[in-house]
Unconditional design. Structure first.
Length: 147
């Protein structure tokens, strides 16, 4: 029973739940960024480059070869798929990464600024007014006379 209880405590810790929520939010954010890049940024880049679909850009190393069969049914040339470097897709994913990294930078920067602001507020010691200081001295003097 100790193992189950220990696992439950681990699973219900705030950090693990926070990580799970962050993971789900990150997946959703990744889809938003991918759609933004594919449907908004890529068409603008395509417009600037002459209306071509930037995502489909590739460098073909070997063209696809269709299967050739002689009249007897023997395969003379086997089917060969296209071999290509799909650099347009790669650049699109790099743009996605840069957008996600920039947004994460802004979020972390904002969180650090809020933490620093909280630390500065907690570091400021409460100032005692002159009246409170005098009353404290009077109290301490009366205590020492009573002892």
């Amino acid at each position: 029973m100790g193992f189950v209880r220990e696992f439950r405590e681990f699973a219900l810790k705030g950090n693990l739940v926070d990580i799970a929520v962050a993971f789900v939010m990150g997946g959703a954010f990744g889809k938003v960024v991918s759609t933004f890049t594919e449907k908004m940024v890529a068409p603008l880049i395509g417009l600037l480059t002459g209306g071509t679909n930037f995502y489909d850009k590739k460098l073909v190393l070997r063209s696809a070869v269709e299967e050739v069969v002689d009249p007897s049914g023997k395969v003379v040339v086997s089917n060969g798929g296209e071999v290509a470097i799909e650099w347009g897709a790669f650049v699109t994913v790099v743009i996605d990464f840069i957008i996600v990294a920039f947004v994460m930078f802004l979020i972390i920067k904002a969180l650090n600024a809020m933490k620093k602001k909280q630390e500065n507020v907690s570091e400021i010691a409460p100032t005692i007014s002159k009246t409170d200081e005098l009353l404290t001295e009077i109290r301490d003097a009366l205590k020492s006379k009573a002892d």
